[in-house]
Design a protein around this ligand. Sequence first.
Ligand code: SF4
Length: 368
Amino acid sequence: MAKQPSYSFSKLETDEKCPFAYKKIYIERIPRAETEPLVIGKMLHELAAQYLDRLIGAKLQTDWAWAEQLTPKEAPDDVFEIWPRFFNSFILPPMESPGVELKLAFDRRWKPTGYFSDDAFFRMVVDWTYRQGELVVVQDWKSNRVIPETVEINLQLRIYGWGVREATFPTAQEILLRLHFLRYGADREVILLPDELATVPDELDKRIAEIESRKNFEPTPGSFCGWCGVMAHCPVMAQAIVPVNILYPTTREDAVKAATLLLAIQTMDTELKNNLKRYVKENGPVPVGDVVYGPKVSISYELDPKEITDYLLNDAGLENDQAWGLLNLTKTNLERGLKKLRRKDLIPKVLELAPSKPTESIQFCKVK
Ligand code: SF4
């Protein structure tokens, strides 16, 4: 007997963002290339889950030394930057009934079932959930570059809230959904009420019926292109950018062509941005699929380390190592600061105080 199809939010999202990508990944079962955003997200989720398991198991609020040794030897640069920022500022809150990377599944009638059961029709993995008295918290790690001002209570969040309530905390009245943006250590929260969860099974039935009756699988370029992992098979991208053999080189000749192209792209990048910015200033934002290239306002803060540590230690009552751990001192900042003070002579001595380790990145460098 043919295996029943099963669904997940990422399957629904793929179909919504680009039906062509859905067809390639889930119908033709073409293996997805590991795009850098996918690798970064996956590694950070795994690190956070292992660290949480450690803290919960050992009944600790922090364990920076343990987290430090968990740092992978090889990873994209973003992981080396984001991971220490996360564990240096994370403090495990008091909680009951925690679940880390909680695997939940539902059958066709939307009743909880085993994640690996034959009747599992819809599956989800919840990053972290726990109870604090009457409140149930569902936390999702995000590795996105953009943090929304407010959280839109969309289907994905309601699926998580509904799933956790149905399978784990059936009497929960309110669910706090917290998105933690790992890149910036920032949270966005929203409360999910029973009314907002009641329609989830009907909405899922409707979306799944749409997918199962779909005949047209057009590529729809947009923000999802960086994540889809099937760009090499995409007719739109092949025409728009580069032949597949250069995008995914397997011979030295193609690799040289790919490196030459990368060099050209890096040079063109600034030029392209400057010209496009000029165009946007004169003519307004430029939409591409579900994204738009246009002005974005952000707020920057000139944080004074002395003032902030004084406040955290004396007024907010944090311990010395907690407060100092929040200040992210980088070699570049230090060098810049000491050069400004005309005390470059102190740089080698200060660097000697810190443990150092070599990291490798692949990039263009001068031939020696
Ligand atoms: S590259 Fe973009 S348009 Fe092409 S399959 Fe992927 S998501 Fe769809």
